[in-house]
Design a protein around this ligand. Structure first.
Ligand code: GLN
Length: 446
């Protein structure tokens, strides 16, 4: 079975927090029975899928790579899990991540660090590092991650696989453990673009259980897998090709641009003038929402509870200080500060206004271009430990991905060459609900 390979590779990669062997065997047998009975087969029938450990799986531990949820077994499935099951996919296990999806290297997991299959001294990126690594290492055929500021696209880039963050509202967030609710989206990791389309077909669609779910029709995403971008327009925002980008990464992206020109696309440099503000804006809004979303972990409702508390306040305090890791605490403090009376107008409200300016930059660009093309990350996979002591350095690895979340638009990362033996990712951003156009460009390029 797939697990023979996984058991062997896991000793080197450490991508899974929980393996769901028994459940997988049951699901696989059910698919076999269906085939034997001559019943209809779904597009994901029997396909082994891995799922990030912040997506609720009924009767399967869902930890968010946090000590505070080490014993949390959800009594229900996230909507995406229901959809995968309806598609007869087989759940292999739950993948490692940065605690509560806060990070860019999977080093913030409370359990262990996942290694990059291309070079095991390097990080996978994050926060969905486990879900990216299982695809790169061939430990699963497709996987799900979540992307709040780049957590699908950045690890996809560093692990050399395809990753898509759909439009905000395209995929239900019901059952995704909330980090920053106005930014979070679930999306797929796959080996290639065709598989990405198949996964989108399975997980997209309106869900009454998510109040931000969009009431829009779901196209057949495989219909966009056509080998043609002639006459289509690509904008290359110059702010995304600026100093912070490693020269070798820039070179790989320039080569990708040349290839698109050969394929008949029209390429122009463009500007997104408020790009510099994306990072500070994100690091006000995301922690603000996180500080509110994480208030529920109080030792009463879910997960960890401290031993022998003196009183209820002591119970809250000790439960939270024992349960949360350093980065999560940093975000809760930042967010609480930004939302406090007296600071709200100066920080949170200001950040919301700048968020609108960033959206308007993108709207203006999409009036002219079908897609925007950039690197996904400023560098290839970095060494473990290299950025862990400097939050700002770590935050900078998401400089190219944050704006898509702030604007709610779809964006994907696909492999675009190598620096040495480490993969480079190219990012394509698109108009809201125009995932099809991204797939078309990516498929033609691949
Ligand atoms: N790295 C970013 C952060 O730490 C984005 C994470 C994400 O997309 N979940 O917040």
């Amino acid at each position: 079975s797939v697990y023979d390979r996984t058991d062997d590779l896991e000793r080197k990669i450490n991508a899974y927090i929980t393996l769901t062997k028994e459940k997988a065997m049951r699901q696989a047998e059910a698919v076999d029975a269906k085939i034997a009975a001559g019943e209809a087969i779904a597009p994901l029938s029997g396909i082994p899928v891995a799922v990030k450990d912040n997506i609720c799986t009924k009767d399967v531990r869902t930890t968010c790579a946090s000590k505070i949820l080490h014993n949390f077994v959800p009594p229900y499935n996230a909507t995406v899990m229901e959809k995968l099951e309806a598609n007869q996919a087989v759940l292999l296990g739950k993948t490692n991540m940065d605690e509560f999806a806060m990070g860019s290297s999977t080093e913030n997991s409370a359990y262990f660090v996942t290694k990059n299959p291309w070079n095991i001294e390097r990080v996978t990126g994050g926060s969905s590092g486990g879900s990216a690594a299982v695809i790169a290492a061939g430990e699963a055929v497709c996987s799900l991650g979540s992307d709040t500021g780049g957590s699908i696209r950045q690890p996809a880039a560093l692990c050399g696989v395809v990753g898509m963050k759909p439009t905000y509202g395209a995929v239900s967030r019901y059952g995704l453990v909330a980090f920053a609710s106005s930014l979070d989206q679930i999306g797929p990791f796959t080996r290639d673009v065709a598989d990405c389309a198949i996964m989108l077909n399975a997980i997209c669609g309106y869900d009454p259980k998510d109040s931000t779910s969009a009431k829009v029709g779901v196209p057949d995403y495989t219909s966009f897998l056509i080998n043609d971008v002639k006459g289509l327009k690509i904008g290359v925002p110059k702010e995304y090709m600026a100093e912070g980008i490693e020269p070798e990464v820039r070179k790989a992206i320039e080569a990708a641009i040349e290839k698109f020109i050969e394929l008949g696309a029209e390429v122009e440099e463009t500007v997104l003038p408020h790009t510099d503000y994306a990072l500070p804006t994100y690091y006000i809004i995301a922690p603000a929402e996180a500080s509110s979303n994480l208030a529920r972990y109080d030792g009463v409702r879910y997960g960890h509870r401290t031993e022998e508390p003196e009183n209820i306040v002591d119970m809250f305090m000790r439960t939270r200080s024992e349960g949360f890791g350093e980065e999560v605490k940093r975000r809760i403090m930042l967010g609480t500060y930004a939302l406090s009376a007296g600071y709200y107008d100066a920080y949170y409200l200001k950040a919301l206004k700048v968020r609108t300016l960033i959206m308007q930059d993108l709207e203006r660009a999409f009036a002219k271009y079908d897609v925007l093309l950039s690197p996904t990350t400023p560098s290839v996979a970095f060494k473990m430990g290299e950025k862990i002591d400097s939050p700002i350095q770590m935050y900078l690895s998401d400089i190219c991905t944050l704006s898509a979340n702030l604007a709610g638009i779809p964006a994907m990362s696909l492999p675009a060459g190598f620096v040495g033996n480490l993969p480079v990712g190219m990012q394509l951003m698109g108009k809201p609900f125009d995932e099809g156009m991204l797939l078309r460009f990516a498929y033609t390029f691949e």
